[in-house]
Design a protein around this ligand. Sequence first.
Ligand code: NAG
Length: 500
Amino acid sequence: MEGIGSSSAKVTFNLLLATSMAVIGSTFQFGYNTGVINAPQTVIEEFYNQTFILRFGHSISQSTIDLLWGFTVAIFAVGGMIGSLCAGAAAERFGLKRSMLYNNSIALLAALLMGFSQLANSFEMLIIGRFAIGLNSGINMGIAPMYLTECAPVRLRGMFGTLGQLGIVTSILLSQILGLHWILGTSQLWGLLFSLTGIFAIYQLLVIPLCPESPRYLLIVQKKEKAAIATLKWLRGDDYDSSKELEDIRLEFQSNSTEQKTKISELFKHSHLRQPLLIAVVMQLSQQLSGINAVFYYSTEIFLNAGIPKEYTGLTTVGMGVVNVVMTMVSVSLIERAGRKILHLIGLGGMCVCAVVLVVLLNLDQSETVAWLTLAPILIFVAFFQTGPGAIPWFITTELFDQRSRPSAVSVAGLANWMGNFVIALAYPSLDGAIGGYTFIIFAVLLAIFWLFTYFKVPETKGRNIMEITALFQPKNTRGVLTKNLDVADDVIFENGTKF
Ligand SMILES: *[C@@H]1O[C@H](CO)[C@@H](O)[C@H](O)[C@H]1NC(C)=O
């Protein structure tokens, strides 16, 4: 890659250390706990059943277990929602480094609660633990991408921004592998599987004392210029001349701070902000209500219901995780080249077709050949997700707003994203219990609606600067006065563009 090795963009050991601290210690919590509940569903449902028998003297009904398991999975997103709302305040008050540091206490508490829930015969501990690790993940996903981009050399920011996304998909895969029934996905060991999330917290606790606060936070918020210079030298090498970068951070801050920030309530008041906000929110919902998390949370069960023999459902879930990682890498280069809108349309359309094919296959007569055939639409569903809907909603959200309104818009979009995540996680087991093989018809219909919305309402943002984009939503008579070719859009794309 251009820039590696030149003095302004050297990738040093220290930079890699700080990066690994943020990727493993923070983004892994989100990915691991997204994937970890998938493989051991059956054995944990059996534990819920046994707990019921122990306490109430009768076994659990199928509809209660569907609801209770859905709740166990979904409460992660409630924690995430609250965490994402706290992330901004935590960053302002403690800085990025100390926010990550303190956040590990929540992760360790969650690991203990989940790890000991079986010993204590308490599924409530698992549920509270899921809530706590969701809280931890929500905070992490607000802070770690910021830390990654602020520590990266300017020229490599895009690449470092995508590391967050790669961290998520890698840790989903890791949780799926560890959850295999001949590794930790057993009725004795699933507690250990859940508590392993504490390892990422311990790694971060060990490495974070060696890592600095982000240079931007030191310079702008704490006004410690010497510390900022020392940090830049630590990250970039002793011979690094930090004056240009310090100047850039200051300039960027000054051009931001002269303008008043837009409050969240103001986003709803003015039509030129309400329209892009609606687009951003619907794009987030299109990501979550596409049914992707029905697959990430429940694929083992889906494969089982399709008729794939039990001993293989873990492996097929791992296969899905591999497709997810590979397609995430492919999409990084696709996004650099192709337009956002077209990629999103291809992704949604492909997912819609896969959902329909899956429903047809699930309702054919149950032979084992047909069961194995269901693997294809599910894997391709995931591949299409990573083509567009996986990343594009975050790109569009950041690109539709200028510096003033972006932080508020990203908060609202994040909330919509977690809410969509919650709804699918909670509803899927009950829906599946009620209509079985037809559940994906609901996703197919939703995907078709989101496709139409994207086609008619979402503007192409690629290749347009931020002034041109925001001008699209201005009343017509003010459009003429906008200055063209203020090319700022490219610099800001990655700031918040790395969420799942
Ligand atoms: C609960 O356990 C009992 C006894 O082991 C079993 O008969 C019943 O089918 C189980 N219920 C569910 C929903 O798994």
